[in-house]
Write a protein that binds this ligand. Structure first.
Ligand code: UDX
Length: 436
C-alpha cells in the first residue's frame, strides 16, 4: 500500500521504516530539512536498536523515501500523523500546534477516499475536531495510538501487543478499520488483539496506559519511602507483590522514578484535559503520582549531601547515566540528569557518563562535565551515583575496579540495579532506594 508518515521524529521515523520493511511504499514527510536529509542518507537522528538497518534496507529497496514537500504525499492511500505533542510552556496541557500544522499542510493534497490516521498522543476530543476539519475532502479520519517503547521501538511496531483503532460510526468507519487491518497484516498475527472503537476511547487508551504505568512506578516508590523509615526492603516487597499475577512484577522497579518524553507529560496532559472537562477530581491522584516521582530525585540529592557530611560543595561526584532509561539516548525529562544538574547547582564537581546520551545531555545542560569513559568518570570520584541501569554499570562494572579508581567509597544506586553484597564486600558504603 502507499503510505505517508507525517512527522519523522521518534515515532514517525520508526513507523515509516517499519512499514517499508513489511512491504509498503512509504514517504516520510517532515518540515525539518536536517532530519529529512539525515534520514534520506540512512542516518538515524537518535539511538534505536535495529532502526538503522531497516531504514537503509528501505531506502535501498526504493520503498522508503523522505521529503519536505507535502505534494509528495498526495498519492498515498493512508496518511499517518506522527508529529509530537509536547507539554505546553507554562501549562500542563499538551501542545497541539504541530498536529494542526501538519493537517493544514496535508489538506490541499488530501484525496477523497484517503485515510488520515492519527498516531500522536492527544487529549481526548482531538480526533473529533480533526475529523470535522477534513470532512469536506471526503477523506476519513481514524485514531490509532502508538504504544512503542523507546529502545524496543522496532520490535514493538513489528509485533505490537494490541492494535487499537478509533473510527467514526457507520460504513466509512468499518471500511477504515479494514484498511488498517490490511496495513498491519504483516506486522501482526491472527491472535494480535485488534480493537475497533470510537475516537474518544482510542485516544484515552494511550494516556490511560501511560497513567497506569506511571502510577505503578510511583506506587512502589511510595512504598520505598515507607521502607526507608521502617528498615523494610522495597525490592523484596516488589518481588513478593509481583508473584500475585493480578499485580505482576513489571513496572514495580523502585528507584529515581520515571522520565522520558511520554509518561511525565502524558499524566499532566490527562489531568489538564480532565479539569477542562469538569472531571478533574477523577484524576487528581495523578498529581500525587507526579509528586512522588519528583521526590525521589530530592532523596538522592539528600543522600549525596549526607554521605559527604552535609554539603556536596566542590566534592567530586560521578553520575553514571544521562538517558532517561537504558537502550536510549533520550534525555527528555531524565530523572538522573536532573539529579546531576541539581548537584552541580549546589556546587558539586559533577562528571556525567553515559554510553549513548552524553551528546544530547551536553546540548541541554552544557554546564556539566561529560565523558563517555566510565573509568574517567570514576577516577577520583568521592561518590558514584547510578541513575540509568545500563548493562555497562549493572553487570560489567566490578566493585573492585571502581574501588581502584575512586577516591571515596560511597555508592548511591538510584535504580536498585547493583548487588549490595558485592559492593559492600569491596568496601563501599552502598545505599539503594528503599532498600536495606
Ligand atoms: C512509555 C510506555 O511504556 C510506552 O508504551 C509508550 O508508548 C511511551 O511511553 P518509554 O517512555 O519508552 O515508554 O519508557 P518506559 O520503558 O515505559 O519507561 C519510562 C520510565 O519509567 C523510565 O524513566 C524508566 O526508567 C522508568 N521505570 C520503568 C521505573 O522507574 N521503574 C520501572 O519499574 C519501570
Amino acid at each position: 500500500m502507499r503510505l505517508s508518515v507525517i512527522g519523522c521524529g521518534y515515532l514517525g521515523a520508526v513507523h515509516a521504516a517499519t512499514m517499508a520493511s513489511i512491504g509498503h511504499d512509504v514517504i516520510g514527510i517532515d518540515v525539518d530539512s536536517a532530519k529529512i536529509e539525515s534520514l534520506g542518507k540512512g542516518d538515524t537522528p537518535f539511538f534505536e536498536p535495529g532502526l538503522e538497518e531497516i531504514l537503509n534496507e528501505g531506502l535501498k529497496s526504493g520503498r522508503l523515501r523522505f521529503s519536505q514537500d507535502f505534494a509528495d504525499a498526495a498519492d498515498a492511500d493512508v496518511h499517518f500523523l506522527a508529529v509530537g505533542t509536547p507539554q505546553q510552556q507554562g501549562s500542563d496541557a499538551a501542545d497541539l500546534r504541530f498536529v494542526h500544522a501538519a493537517l493544514d499542510s496535508l489538506l490541499p493534497v488530501l484525496r477523497e477516499g484517503a485515510l488520515v490516521v492519527g498516531k500522536s498522543t492527544v487529549p481526548v476530543g482531538t480526533a473529533e475536531d480533526l475529523a470535522r476539519r477534513i470532512e469536506h475532502t471526503g477523506a476519513t479520519l481514524v485514531w490509532n495510538p502508538e504504544f512503542l517503547r523507546e529502545g524496543w521501538a522496532v520490535q514493538d511496531t513489528l509485533a505490537p501487543d494490541r492494535i487499537v483503532v478509533g473510527v467514526p460510526q457507520g460504513a466509512a468507519g468499518a471500511e477504515a478499520a479494514d484498511t488498517l487491518r490490511e496495513v498491519y497484516r504483516a506486522a501482526s498475527t491472527p491472535t494480535t488483539p485488534f480493537i475497533v472503537t470510537d475516537y474518544a476511547t482510542s485516544e484515552l487508551v494511550k494516556v490511560a496506559a501511560n497513567a497506569f504505568l506511571a502510577t505503578k512506578i510511583s506506587f512502589i516508590n511510595a512504598m520505598a519511602e515507607i521502607a526507608e523509615v521502617t528498615g523494610a526492603d522495597v525490592s523484596t516487597l516488589a518481588d513478593a507483590l509481583g508473584h500475585d499475577t493480578r499485580i505482576g512484577r513489571r513496572f514495580l522497579g523502585a528507584g529515581i522514578g520515571f522520565g522520558g518524553g511520554c509518561l511525565p507529560k502524558d499524566i499532566r496532559a490527562l489531568t489538564a484535559r480532565a479539569e477542562e472537562l469538569g472531571v478533574g477530581e477523577a484524576v487528581a491522584f495523578l498529581h500525587e503520582v507526579d509528586q512522588i516521582n519528583l521526590r525521589r530525585r530530592d532523596r538522592v540529592v539528600q543522600l549525596a549531601e549526607a554521605s559527604l557530611g552535609g554539603s556536596v560543595y566542590q566534592r567530586r561526584i560521578a553520575v553514571l547515566g544521562a538517558a532517561f532509561k537504558p537502550h536510549s539516548d533520550d534525555v527528555r525529562d531524565s530523572p538522573g540528569l536532573d539529579i546531576a544538574v541539581r548537584l552541580h547547582g549546589l556546587g558539586a564537581d559533577v562528571i556525567v557518563t553515559d554510553p549513548a546520551a552524553t551528546e544530547n545531555a551536553r546540548q541541554r545542560h552544557p554546564q556539566l562535565t561529560y565523558t563517555t569513559s566510565l573509568d574517567d568518570a570514576l577516577r577520583d570520584a568521592e561518590i558514584m551515583i547510578l541513575v540509568t541501569e545500563w548493562d555497562e554499570y549493572r553487570r560489567e562494572l566490578s566493585p573492585t575496579h571502581a574501588a581502584s579508581l575512586m577516591r571515596g567509597s560511597y555508592v548511591i544506586d538510584g535504580r536498585n540495579a547493583l548487588d549490595p553484597v558485592d559492593w559492600r564486600g569491596a568496601g563501599f558504603e552502598y545505599q539503594g532506594m528503599g532498600r536495606r
